[in-house]
Design a protein around this ligand. Sequence first.
Ligand SMILES: [Zn+2]
Length: 495
Amino acid sequence: MSSPSIRIAVLHFSHETVTFLRNDTTIDDFIYPGSPARGEELLQFDPKSYMGGFVKMAREFDGVELVGIESPWWPKTSIGSGWVTNEAYEAFAGRMIAELEDSDPFHGVYLSLHGAMAVRGVARPEAELARRVREVVGRTAFIAATFDLHGNEDEEFLKHADMAFAVKYFPHYDGYLQGERAARTLVRAIRGDYKPASATVKVPIISPTVLQWTGASPWMDLVQRALTWEAREPDLYVNVFFGFPFADVPDVGMTIQTLTNGNAELASDVARDMAATAWRQREALLNSTRVHSISEGVALAKQAVQRGETPVVLADHSDRSGSATWLLKEIIAQDLSNTLIATITDAVTTARLKAEGAKAGDAFDMEVGGLVDESAGTPVRVQGTILKAVEAYGQFWVSIRFGRDNVLILSTYLVQIMEPFSLLHMDLDIGAFQVMAIKSRVHFRRGFHDNGFARTILLVEPPEPFLGTVRLDGLPYENVDLKRFYPYGNPAFPK
Ligand SMILES: [Zn+2]
């Protein structure tokens, strides 16, 4: 005997938008081989993350039919582009809604989201998508979503959707797990075995992402408390959104969401407990990570090398375009040796090198990086020898040896190096360098810190408060009043 069929529509629409970047995220940025995708192609897109977990778990239930609705994958600019144009949002959301309308009815909808998408003219893009989906599928269908903990969300999303599952860790280790939970809870809800009752509490804390590593207290304590609540109460789910401060949108800041099986009081109690826990630790949350100026960081790196405390990671956390040259400039000025700089994003130079057929052994003498906006600084002249030039992962990569055993890698787009072995396509064992200068805020800790690999870790940012700065009050917000948030004002804890 087979169970009655359950039809679930699957949609994906994600971006983490740095609205202070000048280059808008356009329709074209979402269109490339493989994106948009529909049907099985969409369902198989990201097998190790949210989508993979959702699909695997949903298919463990009898009679579940998943329908992949045409959806764009992440834009090819990744997180290196600004405001999503209204045209792009309307084009893709519009097609999703039209396809849902033209389909047979659905019992459920899965929205694979990030939460920090910022769209011109749409204040809360994820909640707006949920609202439009609800209009099509009606009150009897269930809508479940997965989120990145950097999502900027408030109570609006769960007014339209029933369930949300956010990753707990930063680096985000548990996307697949949250996808699995979304699938199981959605199927249970459709079968009448789970009656979503949720609560949302905004916590007036705004924090730069570089401070939010969950590998150490006090951020780790927030994760642990959420896990403890989930362990204590069957069918309870706790989301702690740290928020993404580089999107100039009205729902920035920290948010707690809880989800229970028909127990609104429990949802409210746990949400308030989590919010109060975070609020009590607000000072430590903002002050547990040290960020150095670039000149100080490079000097400290040099001292660490002299003491033999290598490898050293120098992470310019603030570079949001990938093109920033501040750290490269300082490495040259202070004459560091045996240093890897990975990467400087330079679309123009890499395109030119590709067109010229650049290859290993060629002499290199060009200005690289900078210019895309003031945060990227000025181009830096590098003279050396090309080690490798290769097309990989949808972009053109060039490695150049220069100075005293230094290697610079140019890329077409912003690249966050997260693991010492992630540059194997460049034939580089990056663990062999004494110093690694990378562009990452927290994600690098998965491969350099959580495993004890790097002996010295130095986070740096330029002296000016550029768009990825920890000094958020240096940013030109138009839709956010920082005084409503700790540490920039003295907000009252929400009653
Ligand atoms: Zn994130």
